[in-house]
Design a protein. Structure first.
Length: 88
């Protein structure tokens, strides 16, 4: 069971990071953007760490207060829940 959870978290965080990258590229080219709600959905379903890494690496959404404070908070919350469930 833990193996499936680990694989899921790895994949969803990679996808979240890639979605942040894709949105940054679209922003640079003035193209149609990925909705912020979509970025948040990926973060909420387990990809907060990947979205946070993408935000920092690609300097994307760093001026948005909801992302600046929300993604780190959600990341800590998700890591805390993971640790809680693994240890119990």
């Amino acid at each position: 069971m833990l193996t499936y959870i680990s694989i899921y978290l790895l994949v969803i965080n990679m996808v979240s990071c890639l979605v942040m990258y894709a949105d940054k590229q679209k922003a640079k080219k003035n193209e149609y953007r990925i909705r912020e709600s979509t970025l948040w959905q990926f973060a909420f379903i387990g990809g907060a760490l990947g979205a946070l890494i993408g935000m920092k690496c690609f300097r994307h959404k760093t001026k948005h207060q909801s992302f600046k404070w929300g993604l780190p908070f959600l990341t800590v919350l998700q890591i805390g829940l993971l640790v809680f469930f693994v240890w119990n």
